[in-house]
Design a protein around this ligand. Structure first.
Ligand code: PMP
Length: 441
């Protein structure tokens, strides 16, 4: 009989008892290389002494103080660090407990901004198919993952969807990056015009798509063109970097590489690196000033916003990334990972695409490389891949299905930023072994 509801009773899960660096250890003493950081969470790996000490010191001094009574130095310091690192004037940081909460805050900030500036008719949110923004009702409403949404459809606010930027599957034959980016920007513009430009509040997108497609970066200039369309119609741009942010792509904010500044950006997973549950939504001066200069405060809040211990963990994680020069390592090891995966399995008949940025890497599995036909979903290749990799001592984050939002099977790799060249080599060896176990040539 199960008491822990989140545990899938059909799965015989091992009990995790320890974590050291790149590895997790179960109660049988088996060690697994954590090549996905859970779901792209564990940016510093496990058992990091500096983070442990920061948490211990904070708990001993002050674990928690409610934000309606006090601020804390550690939340102020973390906000300063993030605001200084964020591009443009994303200067205002609203702390929450995770990714879905960060997305909810972004949607509500966008809405309240328009109420404050006297445009209450702006209510529509446009997002993309093949996207995931979280499991709370607002985040689920904008997400493009049909099977997650299905049972809850009557409860979801209406959102609108346009095409994702997914060059491997959706760029036309012979279409240049530039023409593809423009076609997608035109599609967004057409959607805004269809809804009525003065009724659209925001466009939401993952900077690099994570869970629903496996580390899909946009083509060059995609976000610049999207930004231009948003600006033309006064629509806010919300970038969801819950998975891709906080160094995962080799940049603290993934959008830096795209040369755009969103109006709002969400972060979570890598912010606390798994040491504490924490997320945040950053907004620009314009949004902050409209709200604080208008009704005075953002009508929102959760009990654990700005939790001191969570902030202490996140501050230590982020300071370590800077002090240890880990963004350079993310970029170098990411190149190595993609290069070695291509060398080891780039000619495998079921490997359609190897892609990503930094240590955010996706391998798309196909039935046929030439036609890009997906594997039969009934085979549940992604689930077999996950289980077999685990047998082989490797933790990966595969996903699959054919419903709108997730087509075919892919495997996401997101190893900790501390990975050494030898760690990457071991990951590639075990990945290749798993591929040949699940899909023998
Ligand atoms: N946005 C994105 C892009 C995500 O990948 C996720 C989690 N996979 C979320 C939002 C939701 O985050 P959480 O699970 O922490 O609520």
């Amino acid at each position: 009989m199960s008491h822990v509801f989140h545990r899938n009773p059909k799965m015989d899960l091992p009990t995790a008892v320890g974590g050291q660096g790149m590895e997790l250890i179960d109660s049988n003493g088996k060690r697994y290389i954590d090549a996905s950081g859970g779901a792209a969470v564990s940016s510093l790996g496990h058992g990091h002494p500096r983070v442990i000490k920061a948490i211990q010191d904070q708990v001993a001094q002050l674990a928690y103080a409610h934000t309606s009574f006090f601020t804390t130095q550690v939340s102020e310091d973390l906000a300063d660090l993030l605001a200084a690192a964020a591009p443009g004037d994303l200067n205002h940081v609203y702390f929450v407990s995770g990714g879905s909460e960060a997305v909810e805050a972004a949607l509500k900030l966008a809405r309240q901004y328009f109420v404050e500036i006297g445009q209450p008719q702006r209510r529509h949110m446009i997002a993309r198919r093949q996207s995931y923004h979280g499991n709370t009702l607002g985040a689920l409403a904008i997400g493009g993952n049909a099977w997650r949404r299905e049972p809850f459809l009557p409860l979801l606010v209406q959102a609108h969807h346009v095409s994702p930027c997914f060059a491997y599957r959706e760029r036309l034959d012979g279409e240049t990056d530039s023409a593809y980016a423009q076609r997608l920007a035109d599609e967004l513009e057409a959607k805004i015009l269809e809804l009525g430009p003065d009724t659209v509040a925001a466009f939401v997108a993952e900077t690099v798509v994570g869970a629903t497609a496996g580390a899909v970066p946009p083509v060059a200039d995609y976000f610049k063109r999207i930004r231009a369309v948003c600006d033309k119609y006064g629509v806010l741009l919300i970038l969801d970097e819950v998975m891709s942010g906080m160094g995962r792509t080799g940049y603290l904010f993934a959008c830096e590489e795209d040369g755009v500044v969103p109006d709002l950006v969400t972060i979570a997973k890598g912010l606390g690196g798994g040491y504490q549950p924490i997320g945040a939504t950053l907004c620009t001066d314009r949004i902050y000033d409209a709200i604080v200069g208008g009704s005075g405060f953002f009508q929102h809040g959760h009990t654990y916003i700005g939790h001191a211990t969570a902030c202490a963990a996140a501050l230590a994680v982020q300071q370590t990334i800077v002090d240890d020069g880990l963004l350079d390592n993310v970029r170098a090891r990411g190149e190595q990972l993609r290069g070695e995966l291509r060398a080891a399995l780039g000619d495998h008949p079921n490997v359609g695409d190897i892609r990503g940025r930094g240590l955010f890497v996706g391998v798309e599995l196909v039935a046929d490389r030439a036609t890009k036909a997906t594997l039969d979903p009934a085979r549940k290749t992604h689930a077999k891949f996950k289980a077999r990799a685990k047998d082989n001592g490797l933790l990966l984050y595969p996903m699959g299905g054919t419903v709108d939002g997730v087509r075919g099977d892919h495997v996401l790799l997101a190893p900790p930023f501390i990975a050494s060249p030898a760690d990457i080599g071991r990951i590639v060896d075990r990945f290749a072994q798993t591929l040949n176990d699940v899909l023998p040539r």
